[in-house]
Design a protein around this ligand. Structure first.
Ligand code: ACM
Length: 606
């Protein structure tokens, strides 16, 4: 258990490093710094070091092997314990040294160093020794660009913040019913037809469209640009081309892909639509698309969807009926299995590995496919028992498209409530697996479905700060995780996010209730309200907010506070009469005027 004093002593690093020793002393970076870098990886990380220090007004010179330097990057540490991504960062009177077995570890050491340098004032760093390795190899963040399209500049910013928090996979959901978003040379109609829909769903009503034509796609040059941008930050871009379901945009472009052969529109409502028909011609189409995809994306992993296939048209198809007879397939999930195995065999023949949502298990897929568990964790556990590698990205805790607070206070979201604390509480290893089975859980991923995320500003609002909790799920072993410690280390991260221009959800203030006779405290009746009871009169209520520089304002009549409401300065002390209730509603207000959603405390003496 970490005490409050220990929490203060842990430097504000997210995700929490594996081992860390604060040493006596402080190292002050001079105004002119030499960075030692020789290999390509060292020079790549030196360029990021230079960019970071320049922003702090420090002039940087890159020097070669052997030359004296204040910052020494060594990407050939030959230290087995650090693995492919770990690093050893040491700051002492001799300067700063980062040792790693290659570029990723150096880059992560630099991200940690950035978090150790105070956000403002003199760039002095506490002397420290950190040895750090990640818990999971796949630390992913997903982005759906079909429901809403985001330009390259936004995608790069999305990757940049992920990399700063040591995530290393960007899962790019490029196609769906509502839009095909990547240029494919061989099939130009995928973008000339499939990249536009006639409107977008409004008010969670599939029958309602705003009637505004909506288009967007990435050229292959833009794709290459993003892949290179990510690679410099040691982020692998895993493309997803959805099949056989969620394929209305493809069928709209090439109607022969559907079992009816009829023209259909690119979907307007957010629901699922027709599936690709498992004909030889349609499978050849998918293989040709995947061939271009594999030329664009060097990733070992290629995601082909597989979720939520609607079998309606397969059931009415003479072709599918004959196929089932010929291949002895009893059920439609088995027909999907036939399709998935064909696609997987093709991907494997190119030396890559297929990834699919957990439905790919239903029809039987080979052991070499990676299963992404989204319908909770059961699919992932089943995959791990079966011997398939699996990535945990369950709806609920890791669906960052869900709302982050009381739905009454939040913008429309795809579903439900998923607070940062709920993201943080997720344990990637489900109970009941043997150690050998647990090894198949290769990682963790947060998913961002964008049906209700129309703008970049809203995208980052949904992402942050929950991505930081995700990063700690992925990097830090479960036994080292501690919410209070995480909260304390998260505060300064807001300064980094602000300095880099990222919008984020301002956490609403937290209450600490100090009452000797407190009998109950819980969240009720809504996410925003804490209801508590005390038997005695004495109560002290402390309000805190994680964002440095935030002012807390409050009301005492249940009304929503504004920047003009009472300013919180010191703990609120009460001597309650029998049956008296205090009702404190608080918001955090940032120096730029942005206001958090409210939190409310209803505390009654009973
Ligand atoms: C999914 O959320 N349908 C993977």
């Amino acid at each position: 258990m970490l005490t409050a004093l220990m929490l203060l002593a842990v430097p504000a690093i997210v995700p929490l490093p594996r081992s860390l020793t604060v040493l006596p002393g402080t190292y002050a970076l001079p105004q002119h710094v030499a960075v030692r870098a020789a290999s390509a990886a060292e020079r790549n990380v030196a360029a990021f070091t230079e960019r970071f220090l320049r922003k702090r007004g420090i002039a940087v010179r890159i020097v070669r092997e052997g030359a004296p330097a204040q910052i020494r990057l060594n990407g050939a540490a030959k230290d087995g314990a650090l693995g492919a991504e770990g690093y050893h960062l040491r700051v002492d009177s001799s300067g700063i040294e980062i040792d790693a077995n290659g570029g990723p570890g150096l880059f992560y050491g630099l991200q940690t160093l950035e978090q150790l340098v105070p956000a403002s004032g003199a760039p002095a760093i506490r002397d420290i020794d950190i040895r750090d390795v990640p818990a999971f190899a796949w630390r992913g963040i997903h982005l759906d660009v079909s429901r809403h399209f985001f330009p390259v500049s936004v995608v790069e910013r999305y990757i940049n913040v992920a990399a700063h928090y040591k995530l290393n996979v960007f899962h790019w959901h490029l196609t769906d019913d509502q839009g095909w978003r990547i240029q494919i040379q061989r099939y130009p109609r995928l973008t000339s037809v499939g990249a536009c829909r006639s409107g977008s769903e409004v008010d969670h009503d599939p029958a309602l469209s705003d009637g505004i034509r909506y288009c967007g796609y990435y050229t292959q040059d833009q794709i290459r640009q993003v892949v290179a941008y990510a690679a410099r930050r040691y982020v692998t871009v895993v493309p997803e081309i959805e099949m056989p379901g969620h394929s209305a945009a493809a069928i709209a472009a090439y109607p022969y892909l559907g079992c009816t052969g009829k023209q259909i529109p690119v979907s307007v409502s957010w629901g699922g639509s027709d599936a690709i028909c498992p004909t030889p011609r349609a499978i050849r189409f998918e293989e040709n698309v995947l061939s271009e995809i594999m030329q664009l994306f060097p990733s070992k992993y290629i995601h082909t969807g597989g979720d939520e296939v609607l079998f309606g048209q397969w059931k009415r198809s003479a072709f599918v009926t004959a196929l089932m007879k010929r291949k002895h397939l009893q059920t439609y999930p088995q027909v999907q299995g036939y399709f998935e195995r064909r696609i997987e065999r093709f991907i494997r023949s190119k030396g890559r590995i297929m990834v699919g949502w957990d439905e790919i298990l239903n029809g039987g897929v080979s052991r070499s496919a990676v299963v992404m568990s989204w319908r909770g964790t059961a699919g992932g556990a089943r995959a791990a028992r079966r011997g398939n590698d699996t990535v945990m990205s369950p709806d609920g805790p890791l669906y960052l498209s869900w709302g982050q607070g009381d739905p009454a206070d939040e913008p429309p979201a795809s579903c439900c409530v998923d607070t940062p604390q709920m993201v943080y509480a997720f344990n990637p290893i489900p109970p009941g697996l043997t150690p050998q089975q647990a090894k198949h859980i290769i990682g963790v991923q947060g998913n961002m479905w964008t049906e209700w995320v129309p703008t970049a500003s809203h995208l980052f609002y949904m992402l942050l700060p929950r991505e930081l909790a995700l990063a700690e799920d992925a990097w830090t072993p479960e036994y080292e995780k501690n919410w209070s410690s995480f909260e304390a280390r998260t505060g300064p991260q807001y300064l980094w996010l602000e300095a880099h221009g990222y919008n984020f959800r301002i956490p609403n203030p937290s209450f600490t209730i100090d009452a000797p006779q407190l009998s109950f405290a819980g969240v009720s009746p809504s996410v925003r309200t804490i209801q508590a009871y005390t038997r005695g009169p004495d109560v002290t209520v402390t309000l805190t907010d994680d964002v440095p520089g935030a002012a807390i304002h409050y009301t005492l009549d249940g009304s929503t506070p504004s920047a003009r409401s009472l300013v919180y300065g010191a703990p609120l002390r009460y001597a309650l009469k029998p049956n008296e209730t205090v009702d404190v509603t608080a918001v955090a207000v940032l120096p730029d005027g942005r206001v958090s959603t409210p939190s409310e405390l209803l505390l009654a003496r009973r």
